[in-house]
Write a protein that binds this ligand. Structure first.
Ligand SMILES: C[S@@+](CC[C@H](N)C(=O)[O-])C[C@H]1O[C@@H](n2cnc3c(N)ncnc32)[C@H](O)[C@@H]1O
Length: 383
């Protein structure tokens, strides 16, 4: 058994993302194949408890302390350092060890493992917290909402699963950005979202297409660019491409972007449901924007861009392009997540073509850039 485990670990270490995912899927299927019915029930019904205990551990900084301690951490020392009731901490630690989040190395003694280290980065923690606090109420509401609305794919932006789950009538991004700490957490999480994946900037032919572009004209407008991680990556990849580089989003992320983007990036608070102020740019770049919107609202966003596009302008949709069959778990989670949060969806190439066509645009090319993630650039021009 030991040598089998070592062999599998070695294989995983040298595998590509796709190879590693295949391995993980194989283990998942193996696990399910040996579960008894009670195992399946226990696993399912405690998913939320596991999440709640890990969320609590993050609040307490418990995993950080265990990670940073040179030697295994003792229950009573941890209780004193973190000012937590030792009985409560004992119960939390024992459950975390039983889940494999930490290792129990002796009585009352705990050490970090790969899981503990996977939860080290602030942006990963931000994602976990954001999903627990803001997305889970929507997931909890999903079955009731779908039953009450007659099992149709939701389309309401103001009375969707998210609104009912979070007891709000605000649209999702107003709800998120209306609370500074939720907004900051979401913006940080966006850095981790797809953080390990290849970016499109090294693959899409930006330099070739924008040869001779005048320095005074807008080159790259990151529409709904959040706090600027992609704009910053674009500038890093192409420090010498001539032309203005502009980041647009709602006021809060644009303010946060001050610390992220270089000084020569123009930061403009702009609502993409209003007329686009930057005319005739080479690229209007929208990453993970339209997957947040229904077809109807996506067409409105695109039409505002179509109205200001010049002959050489291109809209770049940096999005998932779902394959026609055997879609992976991560992509389908994204699709149903978009349904729960925004009554929106991930789309196939056929669905993209129909959508952009309704806004007076056509697809020029699709450049897939991250194997295994279904990520591509859908480049659109005026019809
Ligand atoms: C899923 S995030 C993607 C952010 C960024 N493009 C990225 O890839 O990291 C969607 C972004 O759209 C922004 N947004 C939502 N509604 C908007 C609106 N009406 N006008 C401009 N930006 C908006 C949000 O603030 C958020 O930053």
């Amino acid at each position: 058994m030991e040598s089998l485990i070592t062999k599998i670990q070695q294989e995983a270490a040298s595998a590509t993302y796709v190879g590693r995912k295949k391995l993980l899927d194989t283990f998942r299927d193996l696990q399910y194949s040996i579960e008894a019915p009670e195992d399946t029930m226990q696993r399912l019904m405690h998913l939320n408890l596991q999440f709640a205990v890990i969320r609590t551990a993050l609040d307490l900084n418990l995993l950080s302390v265990i990670r940073e301690n040179k030697a295994p951490s003792n229950l009573h020392d941890l209780a004193a350092t973190l000012s937590v009731d030792p009985l409560l901490l004992d119960r939390l630690l024992r459950y975390l060890a039983a889940l494999g989040v930490i290792n129990e190395v002796g009585k009352d003694s705990y050490a970090p493992n790969a899981y503990t280290f996977n939860l080290a980065k602030p942006e990963i923690q931000a994602g976990v917290k954001f999903y627990f606090d803001t997305c889970n109420p929507a997931f909890q509401e999903m079955p009731r909402y779908l039953s009450q609305t007659g099992y149709k794919s939701p389309t309401s932006f103001t009375d969707g699963i998210f609104q009912r789950g979070n007891k709000t009538d605000l649209i999702t991004f107003d709800f998120i950005h209306g609370d500074p700490s939720r907004s900051a957490g979401f913006n940080l999480f966006m850095k981790a979202q797809r953080g390990s994946q290849t970016k499109c900037f090294g693959i899409y032919p930006f330099e070739e297409e924008s040869k001779g572009w005048p320095a005074e004209k807008p080159l790259f407008v990151d529409v709904g660019g959040g706090s600027g991680h992609q704009t910053a990556a674009f500038k890093e990849q192409f420090p010498n491409l001539p032309g203005r580089v502009i980041l647009q989003d709602l006021p809060e992320p644009v303010e946060d972007a001050k610390a992220v983007v270089p000084e020569d990036v123009e930061r403009i608070a702009h609502d993409f449901f209003k007329p686009q102020p930057i005319k005739g740019a080479k690229y209007y770049y929208l990453r993970m924007i339209l997957h947040d919107h229904t077809d109807e609202n996506s067409v409105k966003i695109l039409q505002h861009l179509a109205l200001v596009m010049g002959k050489e302008s291109v809209i770049l949709l940096d999005e998932m392009v779902l394959p026609p069959e055997h879609v992976d778990e991560v992509s389908m989670q994204a699709d149903l997540g978009m349904m729960a949060f925004h009554s929106a969806m991930e789309r196939s190439e056929e669905q993209w073509a129909k959508l952009v066509g309704a806004a007076g645009l056509k697809i020029n090319k699709v450049v897939m850039y991250a194997e295994g993630f279904n990520l591509g650039i859908v480049a659109c021009v005026l019809k």
